[in-house]
Design a protein around this ligand. Sequence first.
Ligand SMILES: [Mn+2]
Length: 249
Amino acid sequence: MKLAPFHPGAAPITLAPGRWWVFTDLHLDPQRPEEVDAFADRLGSAPKDLAGLLILGDLFDAYLGPEQWAQAGYRPLVQALQQIRGQVVLLRGNRDVLLEAKDVAPEGWQVADSALMATSLGRLFFSHGDQFCLADLSYQRLRRLLRRPGLRWGLRRLPWAWRSKMARRLRGYSQEVVPRKPMDAKDLILEAVGGHLQSLAAVGAVLGHLHLHRRSELAGGRWLQLLPAWQIDTEAVEFHALAESGALA
Ligand SMILES: [Mn+2]
């Protein structure tokens, strides 16, 4: 099987100690306001002592640019994020690949591609996960293209209507009807996940993207946990972060 080369991308950020709430693949869209409201309500029940909220990508069904945060349909989401007392960390998915740190910096929220957390289990790696889907060669080509700064700069400056049309084309018909259907897991290369964990001295990876709930054991006692796509009744997955010991880089 021919595989695309793995690109680790920017270095992961490190998550602060304390309780973290994790969600992935919400695919929120103002066309489905009941879902935006349901997620906002869920965030409204966040514990007061939360260290942070971590979204593993695809918060949006499509992120077209910073204007989106001001859209009326997303107001409940924005207000709920503003109420979170801890940090808000948004990891980029393939549907919100155009998200930039500066878009949410005024709110004090962070944007990254991946994050590390020290836990009692060992160090955990969090990311969207599409970077490991190396058997999908055409997708990996598109993914690299969409991460070129010049192209991103240009796309973000296209008229809004053009960007909306492009997003609809990229989604395709079936995805539009079933936005969170499970994806083909054979594209995810477990060896690439294991190798990346080893390079980060991490024991486990927690990823989304495939919309599957699945645990895989990897070489060297390492493991991969895939989290399923959010649904209206999905509760947060909670992790407890410890302070990184001096021994960890
Ligand atoms: Mn995805």
